[in-house]
Design a protein around this ligand. Structure first.
Ligand code: HEC
Ligand code: HEC
Ligand code: HEC
Ligand code: HEC
Ligand code: HEC
Length: 170
């Protein structure tokens, strides 16, 4: 009798641990700071080893509010001929041929009521890495800054940029 109770308790404990670990794993990988993407795109290869400039792919970063996800045409410029035998490149080619956009999971996103512009920051010489970290060394893009107000405002203080409420709250 006692043995059975201990066994049940142990099983229960084990079950809870599995649930906890599973739950945390799920949270980390689905909504966490480094979401799994529809295609395992490695910045380490492109921005790291090949040293392709960030704005070669994120073509609006110095021209508009949003940096932009790369048009597939840019990828295909190389991947029509490079690494075409790999599974991830086959996937990429299928999206391209079927004219389906890839639904990349967002890593960084501000609430709608905030005004932000990449162009202003990039033109003022704020490096991508100041806000996004060392992306060229990330196998999967990971959020390195929670986009809270204090973070924006403290850099504005250091850099002498505006701290009027209306700058970011329109
Ligand atoms: C300037 C050329 C170039 C561009 C542009 C480019 N790639 Fe690549 N990509 C490469 C090279 C080179 C490799 C490394 C291939 C190897 O390992 O032999 C690579 C590797 C990859 C891999 C890893 C393949 C594997 O499983 O080993 C993926 C995925 C990938 N690219 C996706 C993309 C996507 C998506 C885009 C567009 C956003 C893109 N690439 C744009 C040149 C490019
Ligand atoms: C060859 C094309 C390519 C180059 C070069 C490139 N990126 Fe990317 N980037 C992508 C693609 C594709 C995604 C979407 C998939 C992902 O998150 O990995 C992305 C995603 C990102 C994200 C996450 C966006 C979000 O959802 O919030 C950031 C930040 C980023 N890139 C920054 C950079 C920086 C900084 C550089 C230069 C050091 C760079 N990228 C160079 C193709 C590229
Ligand atoms: C001053 C901080 C800052 C700098 C500098 C910065 N970003 Fe961002 N980035 C952000 C914020 C904040 C967001 C979320 C924006 C939103 O939700 O509207 C973001 C989002 C993104 C995204 C995904 C959404 C989008 O706008 O397309 C990409 C890709 C990106 N950044 C790439 C870059 C690249 C590449 C550079 C350098 C050329 C860069 N960023 C420089 C703060 C910055
Ligand atoms: C790493 C430093 C840094 C961070 C972090 C940063 N900013 Fe800035 N921001 C600047 C600088 C520098 C300027 C001034 C650009 C100029 O003079 O044109 C600026 C300018 C701006 C402007 C335009 C100001 C104007 O006068 O019209 C807005 C809007 C803005 N930032 C919003 C934000 C928001 C929202 C965040 C946080 C999500 C943020 N910034 C985070 C450095 C930063
Ligand atoms: C440089 C940009 C920036 C400036 C300047 C700024 N804010 Fe914010 N604020 C943000 C960002 C980004 C958020 C959203 C993230 C968060 O809640 O921290 C935010 C969130 C808020 C919120 C919470 C809103 C909600 O519903 O969660 C309040 C309230 C607020 N700000 C008030 C102010 C006031 C008052 C001022 C002027 C004294 C001000 N802010 C100046 C960027 C800014």
């Amino acid at each position: 009798m006692k043995k059975t109770l201990v066994a049940i308790a142990a099983l229960g404990y084990f079950g809870v641990s599995v649930l906890l670990v599973g739950g945390l794993w799920y949270l980390w990988y689905s909504t966490g700071p480094a979401p799994v993407q529809p295609i395992a795109f490695p910045h380490t290869v492109h921005a790291g080893r090949l040293q392709i400039p960030c704005t070669y792919c994120h073509i609006f970063a110095d021209r508009a509010r949003s940096a932009g996800a790369p048009p597939l045409e840019i990828c295909m410029g190389c991947h029509r001929t490079i690494a075409t035998d790999r599974e991830e490149i086959r996937k990429l080619t299928r999206y391209y041929e079927e004219k389906r956009p890839i639904e990349w999971k967002r890593v960084y996103a501000l609430p709608d009521f905030i005004y932000f512009s990449h162009k202003r920051h990039v033109k003022a010489g704020v490096a991508c890495s100041m806000c996004h970290g060392d992306v060229a060394n990330m196998k999967r893009v990971r959020r390195v800054n929670e986009l809270i107000m204090g973070w924006c405002v403290s850099c504005h203080g250091v850099r002498g940029a505006s701290r009027d409420c209306a700058t970011c709250h329109k």
